[in-house]
Design a protein around this ligand. Structure first.
Ligand SMILES: O=C(CO)[C@H](O)[C@H](O)COP(=O)(O)O
Length: 230
């Protein structure tokens, strides 16, 4: 599987040109992309990157990739990032690695977003992977009641679990927030659910990436598929 992730990352790298301003994704697949990009930079490629997590920032620094922020530049040419699920409309579930807030900010500031994944991420409907929702701890029960209402209105339901870290304590994101993983099973209308979650006061961001990915690179046993958003 890791070889497939690296193949997808290498394919995405073919879209990177000298002088580009790049969003650098988070997760085990994006890690390969940052590694391979570092090799290009070592060979003289001139790019600058905005990392989507502290983990990616540290990795990019180790790879000597020049970094900047969205306070210094206002647009990115391309973001390359992984996903937990991709559907036929190239809508995504992201956030399995806890970086969804910065990832969505960076993706939204990018002209293009290439999602790199092994083929197990390709689904006909989002939702088998628990939907990460980044929340503020204050008033959490009230937020969860409003989330349950939003789920019901969009025809889904499921258990909500506060994410714990490996140490058994509540996982805290780079932004200092918590994550609720919602086990919804199958989301028939992801755009509608996203629209219902957006206005909830205690919800900082959610892992439904609607209309952000422009291309998906899927690596599988039969080779690599590149799918453009229609
Ligand atoms: O959204 C993410 C982190 O918040 C990751 O991109 C997503 O979880 C996929 O990770 P991996 O490539 O390790 O499967």
């Amino acid at each position: 599987m890791d070889a497939l992730k690296r193949q997808a990352a290498a394919k995405a790298l073919e879209h990177v040109r000298d002088g580009m301003q790049l969003g650098l994704g988070t997760g085990s697949t994006a890690k390969h992309f940052v590694d391979l990009l570092g090799e290009k930079v070592a060979a003289g490629m001139k790019v600058v990157g905005v990392p989507t997590s502290e983990a990616t920032r540290i990795q990019a620094e180790q790879c000597r990739i020049p970094l900047t922020t969205l306070d210094v530049i206002d647009r990115l040419d391309l973001t390359v990032d992984g996903a937990d699920e991709v559907d036929g409309a190239l809508n995504l579930i992201k956030g399995g690695g806890g970086a969804l807030l910065r990832e969505k900010i960076v993706a939204a500031a990018s002209d293009r977003m290439i999602v790199i994944a092994d083929e197990t991420k390709w689904v006909d409907a989002l939702g088998r992977f628990p939907l990460p929702v980044e929340v503020i701890p204050f008033g959490l029960a009230a937020t969860q009641r409003m989330m349950a209402k939003a789920f019901a209105e969009s025809g889904v339901s499921g258990q909500m679990v506060i994410r714990k870290g490996k140490d058994g304590h509540v996982f805290v994101t780079d932004g200092g927030h918590w994550i609720i993983d919602a086990h919804l099973g199958r989301i028939a209308d992801a755009p509608r659910l996203a629209g219902l979650l957006n206005p909830i006061p205690g919800v900082v961001e959610h892992g439904l990436f609607i209309g952000l990915a422009t291309t998906t690179v899927l690596a599988g046993a039969q080779g690599i598929r590149v799918i453009e958003r229609r």
